[in-house]
Design a binder for this molecule. Structure first.
Ligand SMILES: *[C@@H]1O[C@H](CO)[C@@H](O)[C@H](O)[C@H]1NC(C)=O
Length: 399
């Protein structure tokens, strides 16, 4: 008898728990349309979006969602800030956000920022349209070192456990996506689009972050498709198509006094189409301190008319002149280039120019076949200890 009534109590308890879960599930969607937002590309909808976010962020639950239905929404700069109460806060963007073109509205260096959130999801098939065409002419950063910085389209700052999928960034004013101070974040099926001649529109830039995965992305833009900056570790870039653009790069590094090491970077299954560079590591001379780049793998890469397919450049200078120089103090160790094939658009397909002060150690070239106009291109190597495994065309400068 006693055990039966206990079972009944458990059963009733389960029914109540199920009912409560159902209620909290429907209550956990915060639709921006309920917060005075208008599908109007010319108004600034950021106050309504912020209200929806603030309420969602304060709501408890396993997953709480901010829903942005289809439509165009004009937006000034906005910071979606955590920490939030739910285990996961999910920003589901089905619509298109259109950035204000009035630069005086942007006090900080970002347009849409997701800031200090643990348990974050962004998805929905939507678009972040930076409307950068009207501001690209105001960018001087491609020509000089000290320049006014234009806002980044999407910032992920200090996100822990983040998942971003099926969203697009188009025509950003400067970088499309910036990942800073993140721990465990994945970008999957993210698309980036801007004209090849748009200045400093890097696709995805990351720094001071660990456990970053960038996969299934298609990037066509005016600067590096993916750039991996100071303080990055355990980064995987896999199945990315790049072009137009400046390729996949580690760096530039060795420019600022607060820089940190870069370690354990794996770049695999990449297709580069008509880019200025393929895969490269670039560091400045006259570095203010010593740092390291260690354990880098570039593997299974296809090049189609890439100007400089394989490149380590420790004399990086994107301007007409960078003045007289002491050698770079970034020490590069253990870099593999493996299974890399396709066509080079210049004669110098392999260029490994390391620091005269700190030569590269453990550079391995394996199974490389690059052609230039149907013939063998050349390779230039300096200050590097290189070994070749298997067939390598152009013939490597092994020492
Ligand atoms: C290198 O690639 C070219 C073009 O695809 C091809 O004709 C050539 O046989 C390849 N060489 C080797 C050694 O695989």
């Amino acid at each position: 008898m006693g055990s039966i009534s206990n079972l009944a109590i458990v059963y009733i308890f389960l029914l109540i728990a199920t009912a409560l879960t159902a209620v909290s599930a429907t209550g956990s969607i915060f639709n921006v349309m309920d917060y005075g937002v208008k599908t109007d590309a010319n108004s600034d909808n950021s106050p309504g979006f912020l209200k929806a976010w603030t309420e969602a962020c304060a709501a408890a639950g396993a997953e709480v969602k901010v829903l942005v239905p289809k439509g165009d929404y004009g937006m000034g700069p906005v910071v979606f800030e955590g920490p939030c109460k739910a285990s996961t806060i999910h920003f589901e963007l089905q619509g298109t956000l259109k950035a204000s073109t009035d630069l005086s509205k942007f006090k900080k260096d970002g347009w849409i920022s997701f800031y200090r959130i643990t348990g974050f999801k962004l998805s929905g098939g939507g678009v972040f349209d930076g409307q950068g065409a009207s501001t690209w002419s105001k960018n001087s950063c491609s020509k000089q070192k000290n320049c006014n910085v234009l806002p980044v389209n999407i910032r992920f700052d200090y996100i822990t456990n983040g998942h971003v999928s099926y969203v697009s960034s188009i025509n950003s004013k400067m970088f499309h996506i910036n990942i800073l101070g993140c721990n465990d974040i994945t970008l999957d099926h993210v698309t980036v689009t801007a004209p090849g001649e748009s200045p400093n529109t890097d696709g995805i830039h990351l720094g001071d972050s660990t456990k970053v995965t960038i996969t299934n992305c298609i990037i066509a833009t005016g600067d590096d498709c993916v750039s991996i900056g100071s303080g990055s570790s355990h980064v995987i870039v896999d199945k990315v198509t790049c072009g137009p653009g400046h390729g996949i790069s580690i760096g530039s590094l060795g420019r600022y006094p607060d820089e940190k090491d870069v370690t354990d970077i794996t770049v695999t299954r990449i297709i580069l189409k008509g880019t200025t560079n393929g895969v490269r590591i670039k560091t400045w001379q006259e570095s203010p301190k010593e740092t390291k780049v260690t354990n880098v793998i570039f593997k299974d890469i296809t090049m189609q008319d890439v100007q400089f397919p394989l490149n380590i450049d420790q004399e990086y200078c994107p301007y007409a002149s960078c003045g007289t120089k002491s050698p770079s103090k970034v020490k590069i160790t253990n870099v593999q280039f493996n299974n890399i094939r396709g066509t080079s658009a210049s004669k110098d397909a392999v260029k490994i120019v390391c620091s005269k002060g700190m030569p590269c150690e453990g550079v391995k070239l394996g199974d490389i076949n690059l052609t230039y106009n149907g013939a063998q291109p050349t390779s230039i190597c300096r200050s590097a200890h290189i070994s070749a495994v298997g067939k390598v065309f152009p013939v490597s400068c092994s020492t």
